[in-house]
Design a protein around this ligand. Structure first.
Ligand code: DQA
Length: 139
């Protein structure tokens, strides 16, 4: 399958950013282990801190890949435009959050993306990306 991970704002700082919440591992090293574990599949990675670039990427890949794992970071809670982009594309989309957003501030409990995502993985740390891959390749 052709899969892509799209990470939003501040997720470039994984490993350095609030390690008590997001852990100590940087995403690049985690992603390399995912790629080697799922080498029968094409697995790409894109990260941006900019809402428009995330929307452009969804448009660019959403019509010819099979699945998208999206962690939109704080845009999850604010961006109707990102939700519209997810709704516009035929690819399967899994919303991923490293932390359990429902145990955190109430502003993080609402997601614009959840109603338009095929599924949601929340609160399993970086392993959530792997769980999302498994849901796509098994499903
Ligand atoms: C996050 C949760 C969001 O509330 C937060 O803004 C993030 C990361 C997560 O992966 O747990 O940047 O999406």
């Amino acid at each position: 399958m052709k899969l892509i991970v799209i990470n939003g704002p501040n997720l470039n700082l994984l490993g350095k950013r609030e390690p008590d919440i997001y852990g100590n591992q940087d995403f690049d090293s985690y992603f390399k282990t995912l790629q080697s574990k799922y080498k029968d599949h094409s697995l790409e990675y894109f990260q941006s801190n900019h809402e428009g670039q995330l929307i452009d990427k969804l448009h660019a890949v959403g019509f010819d890949c099979d699945g998208i794992l999206i962690n939109a970071g704080a845009f999850t809670h604010t961006s109707l435009a990102l939700a519209d982009a997810v709704a516009a594309i035929p690819a399967q989309v899994v919303e991923v959050h490293i932390s359990n957003v429902h145990q955190r501030e109430s502003v993080r409990h609402f997601s614009y993306l959840s109603p338009v995502a095929n599924g949601i993985v929340v609160g399993f740390g970086l392993k959530g990306y792997e769980l999302a891959i498994l849901s796509l390749i098994d499903g």
